[in-house]
Design a protein around this ligand. Sequence first.
Ligand code: MG
Ligand code: MG
Length: 259
Amino acid sequence: MIVRTQEQKETLLEAGKRLGIVLETLAQAVSPGLSVDVLDTMAEKLIREKGDIPSFLNYTPEDFPRPYPASLCVSVNDEIVHGIPNENPRVLKDGDIVSLDLGLTHKKVIVDSALTVSVGKTDKKSYALMDATASALEAGIATLKPGNHLGDIGRAIQEVIEHAGFAVVKELGGHGVGDEVHEEPYISNYGKPGDGQELVEGMVLALEPISSAGKASVVLGNDDYTYRTRDGSRSAHFEHTILIEKDAPLVVTRRPSEI
Ligand code: MG
Ligand code: MG
């Protein structure tokens, strides 16, 4: 989506605010003993009660064999992204880490955001992995200026994750968003400064660094959706939807606790 009018911008901001509130509510509900399908039911209810639509439910990404069957993606420990909460209702355990990824459609505008949280307290390495991935997202966001390039985003994300001693999952990345769940351009979480498409004012992008505490190699599950690390290492994932403006990037999906 390219934002060209004040009305479009206001709708985007409202969509982002709503998603931030829902995601924060879900993150606060994460606790040992909780079955992840409860989070999916909560997500759908919280979105629909405000008159909005869960964007992922029944959405079929390009080259996927079937529609996604839930509102929320819940990916636990070595699951990287696209864990299906309702078909595979795992019960969260103390010390797990869990990525919650959610899309919301408000007045036809789609926003997308994710975070990773621990279930109770976790280990030092898992905290470091989550911290590095969250910092990588902020580093990526800082590059979002007209005249910069996709490669600048990828390099900034890669540097933070690798400097912390972790690996970038290279098969997955960010994307344009707003009119569709996934739009051009695809945004790699690694790259070279100056490479790729130039960023312009009004672009709406979802940046989503995805990391592994071990090797970066991935496997896709039999459910056609769930990606895991091949070596069983834990993975973290953070995502925001951002509007590129002339002076500074505007993160539209900030959660209340981040503001
Ligand atoms: Mg997402
Ligand atoms: Mg996304």
